[in-house]
Write a protein that binds this ligand. Structure first.
Ligand code: GRF
Length: 204
């Protein structure tokens, strides 16, 4: 079965990236990580890429805070395309993607978020769930559109909120669930890719 070429984008510690690269290494994911890219120069996710010998790059984001400068986003498209990436995996990437990426990779950009979307978008979603008195929260993998933590939901995993939970303990359990859910979803994309030659319809 042909392996799905993926590109991982992240801004932070990279625990999801590590989980994905680990599954690839042990042969539990028929994917090939072509690139890890970060908008943060010293992000640990880049160290993880190096640890797994995956090509990696810092992409200077430009002067906007919540998105990439348009020329930078165009450059990102070129980099991912020339690496042959077919699925873009956002793993803690803290910027909203816009038209260049969304048009270049239609329904081929996915994100993971630490809540049961559509509940609790934005930052520190586990704290929001705790403050709202929820009994259950979890994590969601979804297609990416131009809104924050929005787009068609692909899969979710529930995490119960325990009576003695602190923000830290809850966050830790959600992240454990993420490290299972994200590779499982990517596996589904790998299977589709292995079966169909026309996985991505490209306009050049
Ligand atoms: C994850 O909790 C994910 O849900 C959110 O950003 C966090 C990234 O964590 N989008 P990590 O960098 O993968 O450890």
């Amino acid at each position: 079965m042909s392996k799905l070429p993926i590109g991982i984008l992240g801004s932070g510690k990279g625990s999801n990236c590590r989980a994905i690269l680990g599954k690839i290494r042990i042969g539990e994911l028929a994917a090939e990580a072509r690139l890890v890219i970060s908008d943060v120069l010293d992000a640990p996710i880049l160290d993880i890429a190096r640890e797994f010998s995956v090509p990696n790059a810092y992409l200077p984001p430009g002067h906007f805070r919540t998105r990439l400068e348009p020329q930078v986003e165009e450059e990102l498209v070129r980099i991912l395309r020339s690496a042959g990436v077919e699925l873009v995996v956002l793993a803690g990437f803290m910027r909203v993607l816009k038209t260049p990426m969304l048009e270049a990779f239609p329904r081929r950009i996915i994100n993971i978020h630490p809540s049961l979307l559509p509940k609790f978008t934005g930052l520190e979603a586990w704290k929001q769930a705790l403050a709202a008195g929820e009994k259950v929260t979890g994590c969601t993998v979804h297609h990416v559109d131009d809104k924050i933590d929005h787009g068609e939901i692909i899969a979710q995993r529930e995490v119960p909120i325990l009576p003695n939970d602190t923000a830290e303990s809850l966050h830790e359990r959600i992240q454990m669930a993420e490290r299972k859910l994200y590779p499982d979803v990517i596996r589904q994309f790998c299977e589709t890719f292995g079966e169909k030659a026309s996985f991505v319809v490209r306009e050049s």
